[in-house]
Design a binder for this molecule. Sequence first.
Ligand code: C5P
Length: 205
Amino acid sequence: MIIAVDGPTASGKGTIAKALAAHYGLPHLDTGLLYRAVGRQVSLIGGDPDNAADALAGCDFPDALLSDPELRSEHIGGLASRVSIHPDVRQALYERQRSFATQPGGAVLDGRDIGTVIAPEAEVKLFVTASVAARAERRFREMQDRGGSATLEDIAANLRRRDERDSSRAAAPLIPAPNAYLIDTSALGRDEAIAAVIAVVEEVL
Ligand code: C5P
C-alpha cells in the first residue's frame, strides 16, 4: 500500500504522514528533506539556488547531510523552494523517491507531488491544507519553543511567498491529485487530525 500525503508547508502533513506510517507499520519518507538537502548543498558549494546548473550540482549531496538538524530551518526551506523549481533537480531526485514508494510492502511519502508525479498509482492520496493563519500560528509556536525571534507577521508573509512559488511553478506544482482526499486541519488538534486521516484510510482499504 502506498500512502501519498501532499500539502503546503506547516499544514500538518509531516505529522500526519509519520502517524500513518507508525499506525500501519510502513516506512516513511519526508521528501521535503531531499529538496532541503539540495538547497543546503548549493549554499555549501557557494552556488546560486536560482541557477539551474548550480541547483543540479547540489543534488550530489552526501547522505549524511540528511540528518543535519539545520535542514529544518526557515532559511533552508526557502532555498529548497527555490531549487525545487528546476525540472532537472526534480528529475535527479525522482528515482530515489520512486524506489522508496515502490518497495515491497508499501510506504508513506509526504511532499508536494507524491500523488501527482511520484506515485500516481497510490492507493490513498491525502491533500492536507490549513489556513495561512493557522499554519503561521503553528510555525510561530514551534519557533518560539526553539528560541527564534521571527514575528507572526514575518512567518505568515514567508508562508504566502513559499505557497505562491510552490503553486505557480511549471514543474510539478503544488495541486491536489484529482482523486485526493482534502483534509483541512485549521480547526483540528494533532490527535483529531490523525484520527480523521486514519478514518479516511480505513474507508479506502
Ligand atoms: O515540505 P518542506 O517544507 O520540507 O519542503 C521544502 C520545499 O521543498 C517546499 O517548499 C517545496 O518547494 C519543495 N518540495 C517539492 N516537492 C516535494 C517536497 C518538497 O518541491 N515533494
